[in-house]
Design a protein around this ligand. Structure first.
Ligand SMILES: [Zn+2]
Length: 75
């Protein structure tokens, strides 16, 4: 059974979507986003938040998944 794969897949997709939006909304100058909005661009801010959020969700999901390949060799 692989119930834990779906949320991981979902978090990965949202990270990819956020990363795509972030790439589309880069500052072109000190005051302008590449979409034409003044900085801070709301889309860039929201995407960056979504990226951070999903990254931590993914990290949590992966940490709680029981993977036999992950050994605790932290020395
Ligand atoms: Zn923008």
């Amino acid at each position: 059974m692989q119930h834990s794969v779906q949320p991981v897949e979902s978090a990965r997709r949202q990270i990819a979507a956020a990363a795509f939006l972030i790439a589309e909304h880069q500052p072109t100058s000190r005051t302008l986003c590449s979409c034409g909005r003044l900085l801070p661009c709301t889309v860039a801010t929201a995407s960056s938040r979504a990226h951070d959020h999903n990254s931590s969700v993914l990290a949590l999901l992966l940490a709680t998944m029981e993977l036999p390949t992950i050994a605790t060799a932290g020395r």
